[in-house]
Write a protein of this length. Structure first.
Length: 410
């Protein structure tokens, strides 16, 4: 007996969800519906749309068949009732915040989030009258004291960028719900292949689809997924703020999603080997990677490594399928050594994004976390010695050889 769509494995959903069409002469891939406006079948069609019938397409800012296919595929991968794609991950975050909050409300957010998220909360939402209280990682067990009667959203990211700290989504979601807050989780680093925040209690999951979901460094997109109630509100906010995705970009996103599971599997395997090689290297002071077993985390703590390591491993084991595709490390001798190392790489690309098939290196203090205060960087565990690796799908041995020759130059 054939399985229902909701019973299928993620590898099958990546290929088929949102694109099943077995009719005669049906295209095997979803066509790009390159149209800004659609013909309406009479006044009755307008009336149906006005009454809430979203099967009818009017205008591509409201909805488009190519975009709709991408939304359905991502929704099924995340185990969501619906999804809304946006023009970028930042657009998705903005939509989530404006759906959950209005002037006078407050957000509780981890401090350990993407640097652009911190700036969005501090510099943009504050102008809208929405205040954010940031929880440093070391105080996450006391998160309840950051909530108030005005709190309307709890924002989480796990694993974090760039130090790959992990937090207990289920426990924090319960806390957020006790305070009647919408719980939003940035799942960009884990992807729905490794982690499903909605199943852990989150209300909305978001991604920078520019990263792993697209997977080929050729598109910019974001997505929100959740219940129909939240996604209907998110779609209206996206429509009104204009953060819609282009159908051509949606086509690229669909193409990338089809290989998501196998890309994640290969990159996870590579990341584990690279993390182990870096851990043994004398010029590496510390490796941030949640895949190290507890006894190794204990050994590193004895050398003064962050206490987060052991907890990250246990949480990743409990709420993720694997330990992820990202590896970060602190190089000995600080910033000058980090710059020499990066400049000596031959195979790894220096790039300010992540999640593509190509392996890339990033320097957080001059990219993702530029502009953050010295205090914020210290709380995040980010310094001029910190280097972030986005591990791709190349041969692991080749990638390690290049890292080792660059370390020799550091």
């Amino acid at each position: 007996m054939s399985k229902r769509p909701d019973q299928r494995a993620d590898a099958t959903r990546c290929v088929h969800s949102g694109e099943e069409r077995h009719g005669q002469a049906a295209p095997l891939t979803t066509p790009i519906t390159q149209a800004s406006v659609f013909v309406v079948p009479g006044v009755g069609g307008l009336r149906r749309y006005a009454e809430g019938d979203r099967e009818l397409y009017l205008y591509s800012r409201y909805g488009n068949p190519t975009i709709g296919a991408a939304e359905q595929k991502i929704a099924e991968l995340e185990g969501a009732e619906a999804a809304v794609v946006t023009s970028s991950g930042m657009a998705a975050e903005t939509v989530a915040a404006l759906v959950a909050c209005q002037a006078g409300d407050e957000i509780v957010s981890m401090l350990d989030v993407y640097g652009g998220t911190v700036k969005l909360f501090e510099q943009v939402l504050a102008r809208c009258g929405i205040k954010t209280r940031f929880i440093p990682y070391h105080d996450i067990r006391n998160a309840s004291r950051y909530f108030s009667r005005k709190t309307r959203m709890l924002f989480l990211e796990t694993p974090t960028n760039p130090t790959l700290r992990c937090v207990d989504v289920a426990a924090l979601a319960r806390l957020g719900h006790r305070h009647k807050a919408c719980v939003v989780v940035d799942n960009t680093f884990a992807t729905p292949i490794l982690q499903k925040p909605l199943a852990l209690g989150a209300d909305i999951v978001i991604h920078s689809a520019t990263k792993y979901l697209g997977g080929h460094s050729d598109l910019t997109a974001g997505v929100l997924a959740g219940s129909k109630k939240w996604m209907e509100a998110a779609r209206q906010m996206m429509i009104l703020t204009g953060g819609c995705l282009d159908p051509g970009c949606a086509y690229l996103l669909l193409r990338g999603l089809k290989t998501l599971e196998i890309r994640v599997e290969r990159a996870c395997r590579n990341a584990a080997q690279i993390a182990e090689a870096l851990r043994r290297h004398p010029k590496v002071a510390h490796v941030y990677y949640p895949g190290f077993p507890p006894q190794r985390a204990q050994n590193r703590r004895s050398l003064g490594a962050p206490e987060a390591d052991h907890e990250a491993h246990e949480l990743a084991r409990s709420q993720m399928k694997d330990f992820g595709m990202m590896v970060s490390f602190d190089i000995r001798d600080g910033g000058p050594a980090a710059e020499r190392f990066i400049n000596a790489l031959k195979l790894w690309y220096l790039a300010t994004s992540l999640g593509g098939v190509e392996s890339t290196v990033s320097y957080p203090v001059l990219s993702s976390h530029i502009g953050l205060s010295t205090k914020q960087l210290r709380l995040l565990g980010v310094s001029p010695a910190t280097i972030r690796l986005s591990v791709g799908i190349e041969d692991a041995g080749d990638l390690i050889d290049d890292l080792e020759q660059a370390l020799a130059c550091a």
